[in-house]
Design a protein around this ligand. Structure first.
Ligand code: HEC
Length: 85
């Protein structure tokens, strides 16, 4: 699912590619699983309107939503803070 669809815009690891959309797609690497699930359900139900994500989310089963949320939320990142004067 991620390899077939999501990666076109969000990247395999959740770093947006800049492709496929007039609006830059958000980075979703290491996002909380519950947040990803909630967002995808909202796009699926139409509670959040976005022409591309509404179409994409409508193709996802509950199991697909669990799986893609598990994938992007389980990627670990390291944070480097900017220097502060
Ligand atoms: C055609 C490009 C495209 C594809 C393919 C795509 N997305 Fe998106 N996605 C977007 C854009 C653009 C947004 C921002 C939408 C908005 O402003 O509401 C978005 C938003 C999201 C958000 C909400 C992020 C946030 O922080 O609010 C999630 C989660 C998400 N996509 C997951 C996925 C998953 C999972 C897939 C694969 C099943 C996928 N997307 C496929 C373009 C895409």
């Amino acid at each position: 699912m991620v390899e077939k669809i999501c990666q076109v815009c969000h990247g395999l690891y959740g770093q947006a590619t800049g492709a496929g959309s007039s609006v830059l797609s958000p980075n979703i690497t290491a996002q909380q699983k519950d947040y990803l699930i909630a967002k995808l359900r909202s796009y699926k139900s139409g509670k959040i309107q976005h022409h591309q994500m509404n179409i994409i989310a409508s193709m996802l089963s509950d199991e697909d939503i669990q799986n893609v949320a598990e994938w992007y939320s389980s990627i670990e990142i390291e944070i480097t803070l900017p220097e502060i004067d």
